[in-house]
Design a protein around this ligand. Structure first.
Ligand SMILES: Nc1nc2c(c(=O)[nH]1)N(C=O)[C@@H](CNc1ccc(C(=O)N[C@@H](CCC(=O)O)C(=O)O)cc1)CN2
Ligand SMILES: Nc1ncnc2c1ncn2[C@@H]1O[C@H](COP(=O)(O)OP(=O)(O)OP(=O)(O)O)[C@@H](O)[C@H]1O
Length: 191
């Protein structure tokens, strides 16, 4: 399948999940994340879900992060140049959905990308090598390329890996892990 076909296929698979399935699968993903040895860092970047796209509900991951007193970073997307600005999430952060339905911080304390230790990555599909496909605007391709080589990139997906290898471009950074309700995939050589 080419990237367009993969996007269409996985958007369709997501669209038929009901609210209860989304909740159950999102909780299973958060529980599986708890089993990974990724909790000794300070700065965790999290996406907030686009509800109408039926994305993984990261509220449960957010609860884990708050419980562990971690610094949580969320972003604001610029659809003109496909860049993101990163802000610390605090009790005072005002969050408002943008025109794509992405909940975003209105303003706040900006955090340099160099501080980010772990990025939870939204995706539509991924393969057994850790390659991923998103909505195709390159927001995360750009962002992950600006992160440190050491930053852990962890995909979250409702569905298991694609059997077929996904084509990669020069900008694609492979994931270190991808977590699904059924399985934790590790693509790193270190464990
Ligand atoms: N929650 C979340 N935040 C994220 C991403 C994401 O995948 N999920 N992104 C990951 O990169 C970036 C935003 N990228 C996006 C790109 C396209 C669409 C979108 O709604 N596309 C529609 C077409 C809409 C239109 O063209 O009017 C679609 O694909 O159906 C949404 C987010 C940054 N923030
Ligand atoms: N660092 C970059 N500089 C310039 N263009 C980039 C960069 N990274 C990605 N792009 C462009 O952005 C587009 C992203 O395409 P691709 O199919 O890889 O997106 P994706 O990984 O599915 O999307 P996303 O990263 O938004 O989840 C491509 O046209 C690519 O050339």
């Amino acid at each position: 399948m080419n990237k367009k076909a993969l996007r269409d296929h996985y958007k369709k698979l997501r669209s038929i999940l009901n609210d209860i399935e989304i909740d159950e699968r999102s909780i299973a993903i958060a529980n599986r994340l708890l089993q990974l040895s990724i909790w000794d860092f300070s700065y965790y970047h999290l996406f907030l879900p686009i509800e109408k796209q039926r994305e993984v509900d990261t509220e449960f991951v957010l609860n884990i992060l708050s419980g562990k007193d971690k610094n949580v970073i969320i972003s604001k997307s610029d659809f003109k140049d496909h860049s993101m600005q990163h802000f610390l999430l605090t009790d005072n952060t005002k969050i408002k959905p943008n025109s794509y339905g992405i909940p975003e911080p209105v303003d706040g304390i900006e955090v340099p990308i160099s501080k980010i230790d772990v990025v939870f990555v939204p995706l539509l599909a991924f393969d057994k090598k850790g390659n991923r496909v998103g909505y195709g605007k390159g927001f995360y391709d750009r962002f992950l390329n600006q992160c440190s080589e050491k930053t852990l990139k962890i995909g979250l997906s409702f569905f298991d890996a694609e059997e077929e290898t996904i084509d990669v471009s020069e900008f694609d950074k492979p994931l270190d892990y991808c977590i699904t309700p059924n399985k934790a995939y590790s693509f790193t050589t270190s464990d």
